[in-house]
Design a protein around this ligand. Structure first.
Ligand code: SF4
Length: 258
């Protein structure tokens, strides 16, 4: 029987059987993202032996490690882009992919992120942005929306968040895209472009965390969180014809640099 590329049966070969049961909570968007990354790799026919996955601490870091049956580097909190820089410089033939959460890559590792983008280093960075520190108890991050409830902002986040994709684009990255785990086919296409891209490629993925973010912010179920992405994400192409009032509370998705 022919197994179609990108299907569940086809991507199982990239997963370590011993990594199940997964460490993710039920309904975590990171599982959807993990599948999207592996489907993108499978459909492209990339050789896992020429790839290195680097992750730091946090739920997003669990995507490659322990799950991927490949070379993975699980490093200190906030430092995956720095370790990946060393790997790229040591062996430019490696296809280096950093996968981690907003707390890891954009908060603690924020400087590494913007300077790697500025240098246009040849790597792919996939940020699973769930707007909160999931694994460590639900603290506020620089991507937590204004007014959102977290463990450390019990009266609502008083500070405006980073627009991560725009930040990385402004820093100099040569490929930048943002989608959510609801927008699965466009997300897989963007991941494929990023994986093939020469230079610094950044894909921001809005991912659901019903456990730490959703239950505090009136999005208590996995399905409700996914519907939230469907309702609040607007393609860049459509946003051009919308007024500031219509765009209030919306998140732009699509290719920012490409
Ligand atoms: S805490 Fe949130 S991000 Fe972490 S595994 Fe659970 S649902 Fe996923």
């Amino acid at each position: 029987m022919v197994v179609p590329l990108g299907s569940t049966a086809s991507i199982l070969k990239y997963i370590r059987p011993k990594s199940f049961p997964t460490p993710f909570c039920p309904g975590c968007g990171h599982g959807i993202l993990m599948g999207a990354i592996l489907r993108a790799i499978d459909e492209l026919g990339l050789d896992m032996d020429s790839m290195l996955f680097v992750s730091g601490i946090g739920c997003g870091g669990w995507i490659p490690s322990p799950h991927f049956n490949a070379d993975t580097l699980h490093v200190t909190h906030g430092r995956p882009v720095a370790f990946a820089t060393g790997a790229v410089l040591f062996n430019p033939k490696l296809n280096v992919v950093v996968i981690g959460g907003d707390g890891d890559i954009a908060s603690i590792g924020g400087n590494h992120l913007i300077h790697a983008a500025r240098r246009n280093l040849d790597m792919t960075v996939i940020c699973a942005n769930n707007s909160i520190y999931g694994m460590t108890g639900g603290q506020v991050t620089p991507t937590t929306p204004l007014g959102a409830m977290t463990a450390t902002t019990p009266k609502g986040n008083p500070e405006p968040p980073f627009d991560l994709s725009r930040l990385v684009a402004a820093a100099g990255a040569s490929y930048v895209a943002r989608y959510s785990v609801w927008h699965i086919r466009p997300l897989i296409k963007a991941l494929q472009k990023a994986l093939l891209h020469k230079g610094f490629a950044f894909v921001e993925v809005l991912s659901s965390c019903p456990t730490q973010f959703g239950r505090r912010n009136d999005l208590p179920t996995p399905a409700r969180m996914l519907r939230h992405f469907k309702e609040t994400c607007v393609p860049i192409s459509r946003a051009k014809d919308m007024s500031p009032e219509e765009l209030a509370g919306k998140t732009l998705i699509g290719e920012f640099v490409g």
